[in-house]
Write a protein that binds this ligand. Structure first.
Ligand code: ZN
Length: 115
């Protein structure tokens, strides 16, 4: 199983994850919050139907990470500044998130130039 070997926050809005196979990626925390795997954020399947809980409203602090807490040996629980803490990112889910949403070197240098 692939697991992270190191997790850093190089900027307040970025998360950098290195994996046991050498793969490394940098994600926007905004993307991570947007992809929060909890039922309230992603909707729930009820009787085979995907039920959505409506439009996600922007809340102050929602994209600011307060803590990442290991859950057993299978994932991480993210706590956000707006108090949301029900999302558990499994290693598999986190890896998929990295592979889908990792920032390119170009995007990273664009972000850095805007600071
Ligand atoms: Zn959530």
């Amino acid at each position: 199983m692939l697991t992270p070997t190191s997790i850093h926050r190089p900027k307040p809005y970025l998360l950098q994850i290195e994996w046991s196979d050498g793969y490394a990626s940098t994600l926007l925390l905004e993307t991570m919050r947007d992809q929060c795997p909890c039922a309230a954020c992603q909707g729930e399947e009820i009787m085979g139907q995907k039920i959505s809980f409506g439009i996600k409203m922007f809340k102050p602090g929602m994209n600011e990470l307060t803590a990442l807490t290991p859950v057993g040996n299978y994932g991480l629980q993210a706590t956000w500044s707006d108090g949301h803490a029900t999302g558990i990112y499994t290693w598999q889910g986190l890896r998929a998130l990295c592979e889908t949403h990792a920032l390119t070197p170009q995007q990273l240098s664009d972000l850095a130039s805007k600071e």
